[in-house]
Design a protein around this ligand. Sequence first.
Ligand code: R5P
Length: 312
Amino acid sequence: MNLVVLAGSGNASLADAVAERLGTVVCRSVISRFPDSELHVEIEGSVRGCDAYVVQPTGPPADDNLMELIFLADACRRAGAARLTAIVPYFAYARQDRRVKGREAVGARLIADMLRLAGFERIVAVDLHTVSLEGFFGVPLEHLSAVSLLANAVEELVVDQSVIVTPDLGAVKLAETYAELLRRPIAIAHKIRLSGEAVRVRGIVGEVAGRRPVIVDDMISTGGTIEAAARALIAGGCLPEITVVASHALLVGPAIGRLSALPLKRIVVTDSLPTPAHDSLPLQVVSLAPMLAEAAGRLNVGESMSELLTHR
Ligand code: R5P
C-alpha cells in the first residue's frame, strides 16, 4: 500500500527526516487558526487508499499539538486514507496515568481514547513514562525505545568509576536497563515531588562518593528532578562530572537556567521534541528518525516489529 507521511507542527524537521528515510517527502497540509483561535487543518495532497503516518509529538504546547494530531487524523480519514497510524515520538499526559490525590482526571486514558476516536488504528510511541500505559489504548500500540541509541551515544563517557543513577523510584527499571547495557552499578535517588516545578531528594541509595554519575530519566521537563538529584549526588561526594541521559527534552520554564548551573559534562537526549539550541547546555541530540522510519516501513509491509519493541 502506498505510504504517505504527514506532520503537524510539533516537530517538522523530525517528520522530514523520517519521510526522507522512507524515500518520500511529507505530504503538505495547511494548519492555521481562525481569529477566534479555532484550529483548521487541510491536507493538500491526495491520501486516498494510502497507508498514512502522522508524525506529531505532543510536547509543549501539548494541547495545540494534540489537537493538530487528531484534526490531521480526521482530515486523512475523510479524505479516504486506507490505514492511519499516529507516530507520537513524545506522548504528553503520560504522567497522568492514575488519580494521585482525589478528584482528578486520568489524562493519559482520555488522550488514548481521543486518538482512537479520531481514527487512528495504530499508535507508535517512544519511551512512554510508564510501560503499562499500553493497556489504556484500545488500538495496537507499538512502544519503541531510544534507550539503546542513547546508551550507545553515552558509552564513550562511561568509565570504571561511572555509576548509573535513577533520579526517582519510578525510573529504577529504566536505570537497570541502562546499567545492563553500560555494565555499571546503579544508585537510586529518593525523590519526593512538592509541586509541578519543585522536587526534593531525601537521600541516595548506593555508592556515589568519588564516582562519575550518569543520571538517566525518561524526560527532562523543568529540570527540577535532575537538579535535585545532581545536588544530592554532589553532597554525597560524587565527582563534579555528571552526565544526564533522557529520551525526551521538554526543557520548559526554569529548565535551561537550572541545568546550566550544574557541573554537567553532557546531556544526551533524542529529537523526539525540537531541542532549543542553547550554548550554555552541553546538549547532544540523537535522532529518532532512523528508528521511526524503520518502524513505519515495517508496519507498511506487515513485517515483524518484535525486535524494535520495548517491554521494559
Ligand atoms: C517523573 O516521574 C519523570 O520521570 C521525570 O523525572 C519528571 O517528569 C521530570 O520533570 P522535571 O524535569 O520537571 O522535574
